[in-house]
Design a protein around this ligand. Structure first.
Ligand code: SAH
Length: 244
């Protein structure tokens, strides 16, 4: 069992409403050997309901970390996967629980890997999905496709365990991928540079930046590639200054 990969996986619950679901998710995780739980603005936590539904997975709740923003919860993650019951307006590279688990098992390096789960009533927002490389949909009855939050965590955790059992000997040959934080800093830098050269107007940049993010998301940028791109941006900005 490649326990080191399991220890890189973080289950992120975004604004869960019912503490019982947090406890049930912790139990599902512990059953499958996952231990890292990040909670973004949970409505009630800690809570007796969460502890009772965890049924012995209290240690996962005790070590769970609460964050006030999603950015902070995934800051060191090189792979971020968003789960959704809904088909999104914008087409997204999609994974099944099985292909997601295989992707995770192949992920090179030591950086963290996040799987995001949305609110019970409304799921994840498009802005939250913008931080993800993939969308994971659990195939189910098209007329009744929304699972209970903890049930979704259970299915995905099970597939992760199965894939990591099978992938013990998989070797990867990539350099390390950039983390979510490194990507955000790159996008900010790119945005500033595109404004400085007059390519985008500050008020009209949202949709173009979203498309640019999606373009880079498809390629899975490596740390060294980010260094090169930011080097180009620094040189561009320096050359504007000298020509001013
Ligand atoms: N009404 C919400 C569903 C929320 S269910 C919506 O339209 O998105 C709460 C969370 O459980 C979802 O945000 C997602 O993280 C997970 N989930 C539920 N059903 C799922 C499915 N079929 N595939 C993937 N994730 C699912």
């Amino acid at each position: 069992m490649s326990t080191d990969v399991l220890s890189r996986i973080i289950i992120v619950l975004v604004e869960p409403t019912h503490p019982g679901n947090i406890g049930a998710a912790a139990r599902a995780m512990k059953n499958m050997g996952l231990s890292r739980l990040h909670l973004v603005k949970p409505h009630h936590f800690p809570s007796a309901d969460a502890t009772s539904r965890a049924s012995g997975a209290d240690d996962i709740l005790e070590t769970a970390t609460v964050f006030s923003t999603l950015e902070d919860a995934i800051v060191n993650c090189s792979l971020v996967i968003g789960t959704s019951a809904r088909i999104r307006e914008i087409p997204w590279p999609e994974l099944s629980p099985r292909s997601c688990a295989e992707q995770v098992a192949r992920e090179p390096g030591q950086s963290d890997i996040a799987i995001l789960f949305g609110r019970e009533h409304s799921g994840l927002t498009n802005q939250e999905m913008d931080k993800c490389q993939y969308l994971l949909r659990i195939p189910c009855n098209p007329g009744f496709s929304s699972l209970n939050l903890a049930a979704a965590v259970q299915i995905i955790s099970y597939e992760l365990r199965m894939a990591l059992n099978a992938s013990h000997d998989i070797q990867t040959h990539h350099d390390e991928f950039a983390t979510s934080n490194e990507l955000e800093l790159f996008y900010k830098h790119l945005h500033q540079t595109l404004q400085s050269i007059g390519f985008i107007h500050p008020d009209k940049s949202r949709s173009i930046m979203r498309r640019i993010r999606r373009l880079f998301t498809r390629t899975r940028l490596e740390k060294k590639e980010i260094d090169i791109l930011r080097g180009i941006l620094n040189t561009t900005q320096a050359s504007i200054k000298t020509s001013e």
